[in-house]
Design a protein around this ligand. Sequence first.
Ligand code: HEM
Length: 422
Amino acid sequence: MADGAFDLQRAAREDAYSRPLSSIDVADPERFRTDTFWPYFERLRNEAPIHWVETEADYGNYWSVTRYADIMAIDTNHQVFSSDAHLGGITVGDFDEDFVMPMFIAMDPPKHDIQRKTVSPIVSPHNLAQMEPIIRERVGGILDGLPIGEEFDWVDKVSVELTTQMLATLFDFPWEDRRKLTRWSDITTTIPGVGGLVETEDERRAELMECLAYFTNLWNERVNSEPKGDLISMLAHGEATRNMEPMEYLGNVILLIVGGNDTTRNSITGGLLALNQNPAEYAKLKADHGLITSMVPEIIRWQTPLAHMRRTAVADYEIGGQTIRKGDKVVMWYVSGNRDERAIDNPNAFIIDRERPRQHLSFGFGIHRCVGNRLAELQLKIVWEEALKRFPDIQVVGEPRRVYSSFVKGYETLPVVIPARY
Ligand code: HEM
């Protein structure tokens, strides 16, 4: 770690333990950009695991839930903890009342269950087995095109390219336009601001409407042909989805784009970073490629690509000596639960041969548990199998630039070099 980064971490630790508990607001995106949120979560887990936060920030007051077991209790209780967009949705910031894009991740049963069932066949074991050779070929193509002996950005050239190609495959999306998918994913999760990906909310909405227009053309094409195995055809022909309003179609398309994109992308980057920060683990992996199987879920735990999910209480609920009131916003911090030593041994260490690597919260639990979890694992497995075949080493040569968000926990850039063999 560079000296400056070390000072920043030390200052954060001092601040986390010296300020009044009541003033700790872990949702501040700046702490995620600077990777300084860890000690605040540590203190909350130990001293205030169910913590009421009063804040001036745009997202407003909320409960912070930071221990593994409490997060499980809330995530699996959809009767009390709603995901409904009209109550605020699934992130600490409320959904926009005047630009609602209904999507099944932000719905409760029964509608949630019916829509989820329509798209889940895309990631059935049978479909995944069919996809495996395609993914392998595409990963190989991307890795074979990487520069050797010179610095490049791993995020752009590998993580983004690969997940974008994957999405284009799932949607059967025009290949040459596939980076549009990346753009729509990025603008959905970014916070608008000067110098940002979009500067204003209006700009974001205008681009999302372009996304809707593009996908409407694809829908019209698919609805008039035989049902096929791609996601748009499934939505256009699915009984539960074929009569969706345009904004609901947009919402579900965006859900699948963001779901399948940012998360896997940041796991591909996070894995490389973790291996470089833990050279003994990298050495173990190089000596035994069979460890990829347990390393993949460990990467997903260690990275926790979605730092939180939010719910809204629809009834009063007692937990950890606190009363959550009907109407309160509740934020489950997966990123903290995944570092809870009450549930996971030595949780801050990255250990590629853990005994129970799948014991983590990164995919959530309960009725909204990630639809694409096996697909994500498959992609990561193939990336590492193919990378290890080709490159004896991939070296991180600088600090990553991290995303300014307390929802998507990820990287904008990661400079790397693949040394030439000689
Ligand atoms: C839901 C994480 C990859 C599609 C979720 C949830 C999380 C998550 C935390 C919400 C769980 C909850 O509320 O309990 C991740 C991570 C991934 C990943 C960490 C990669 C490492 C994918 C992929 C796809 C996908 C590749 C697309 C094929 C979805 C969908 C939902 C979802 C559609 C909504 C499920 C529902 O509401 O029933 N994901 N995801 N995800 N994910 Fe993923």
